[in-house]
Design a protein around this ligand. Structure first.
Ligand code: G3P
Ligand code: MG
Length: 248
């Protein structure tokens, strides 16, 4: 797996195009792609019966017609549930995606770079990562265009052991002590960090470590321009069309 050939686009569709369509749904992925986004981030977690699904919150309440914890539901209870009308009634037909659906989408769009953010719940980092990797290794046609990222260090450690060649990125909400040693030991190629944490010094430090810096979540075009001028390598955005039209 050689990613030296790959140019990573600056604009990254956050949960697809979460500002324009319900996050982490097929509609959101399709819209992002249609808008010209070629680098998309989604979140992955496990159901009670160990299906990897594309979902952000650990509870169903905000974005589906169901309530309660994702981890208390089997895939058969989640499959086909309305995951779109919370956003707009036009999207009532959008269901929760299985990791297999996401892989199919990626295989149908071979020019896409896919960032899978592993979101294990407490104490299932190893299981979440190994089951996701098992499926990804089996079915993804362009693994060199895949990035596995996580806030969860054990998830990334598991990814490093099970799939050392797959691109890893460490997610940071804050620049906690020891982050750089962790990223180095995990052989991460990038840091994905909250935009409020960014300084020029931090960017330079990551670049000296040969790590790219990408920031989440940037929807304001003037802030995007500012971060671009600071040499950030990528921006996760809910509103890719707004950034395309204002910064390029
Ligand atoms: O992976 C970047 C970003 O998605 C991390 O935060 O909470 O939006 O998943 P969150
Ligand atoms: Mg995410």
């Amino acid at each position: 797996m050689d990613d030296n050939q790959i140019t990573y686009p600056f604009v990254i569709g956050h949960r697809g195009a979460a500002g324009y369509a319900p996050e982490n749904t097929l509609a959101s992925l399709e819209l992002a792609y249609k808008l010209g986004v070629r680098f998309i981030e989604v979140d992955v977690m496990l159901t009670a019966d160990n299906h990897a699904i594309i979902f952000h919150d650990h509870t169903l309440d905000r974005t589906t017609s169901l309530k309660g914890k994702v981890s208390h539901h089997n895939w058969s209870q989640l499959q086909g549930q309305d995951s779109g009308s919370w956003f707009h009634l036009d999207y009532a037909n959008q269901g929760i995606l299985h990791l297999k659906d996401l892989i199919n989408f990626a295989n149908e769009h071979p020019d896409l770079i896919l960032n899978i953010e592993l979101k294990p719940r407490l104490s299932n980092s190893i299981k979440t990562t190994s089951l996701a990797i098992q499926q990804l290794k089996k079915d993804v046609q362009n693994p060199e265009r895949l990035i596995l990222s996580s806030f969860d260090v054990l998830a990334l450690k598991t990814a490093q052991m099970l799939w050392p060649k797959c691109y890893r990125a460490l997610n940071l909400e804050t620049r906690y002590p020891g982050w750089s040693t962790i990223a180095k030991n995990l052989k991460c190629k990038a840091i994905h960090i909250d935009q409020q944490q960014i300084t020029s010094g931090f960017i330079q430090r990551c670049h000296r470590m040969n790590m790219a810096v990408r920031c989440f979540t940037v929807n304001d075009p003037s802030r995007a321009r500012q971060l671009k001028a600071m040499q950030v390598d990528g921006l996760f955005t809910d509103k890719p069309a707004d950034l395309f039209s204002h910064i390029f």
